[in-house]
Design a protein. Structure first.
Length: 131
């Protein structure tokens, strides 16, 4: 049985987790604009930043797994955890979950667009190299 403090801890963690991914959306937008700029130095600098961000994502996911394990949710999805909550907590967490889903969908969208630009630029470079 979870206490009110447990649910508050879960709310606080999920808020921080969601905010992290919302910040990642902004960084993905920067990556996309840098790729569109064709500025080689900016692209190289952003590549290093992306490597750092990938590590940050890995770390927060490990933190989420550890947090869930400590709170007895090891095998549960976020949706399943939300379903276990009391009504007030459920409402808050559902809103946070919607924000998280929106952020992840924006990250995926920006990644797809970035990959399209990279492939287009590679095709241009390959076509130029054939001549």
């Amino acid at each position: 049985v979870k206490t009110m403090t447990d649910w508050m801890n879960i709310e606080q963690f999920m808020e921080r987790y969601t905010t992290f991914f919302e910040e990642m959306v902004e960084l993905e937008k920067v990556k996309l604009s840098v790729l569109m700029s064709n500025d080689v130095q900016a692209i190289q600098a952003n590549l290093l930043e992306q490597q750092s961000n990938a590590k940050r994502i890995e770390n927060i996911e490990i933190e989420r797994q550890n947090f869930f394990q400590v709170h007895g949710f090891n095998e549960l999805s976020l949706r399943e955890v939300i379903a276990l909550c009391d009504t007030d907590t459920k409402i808050k967490l559902e809103h946070t979950y919607e924000r998280l889903q929106h952020a992840i969908s924006q990250i995926k969208y920006n990644n797809r667009k970035s990959m399209e630009i990279i492939h287009m630029n590679l095709n241009i470079v390959q076509a130029a190299g054939v001549r």
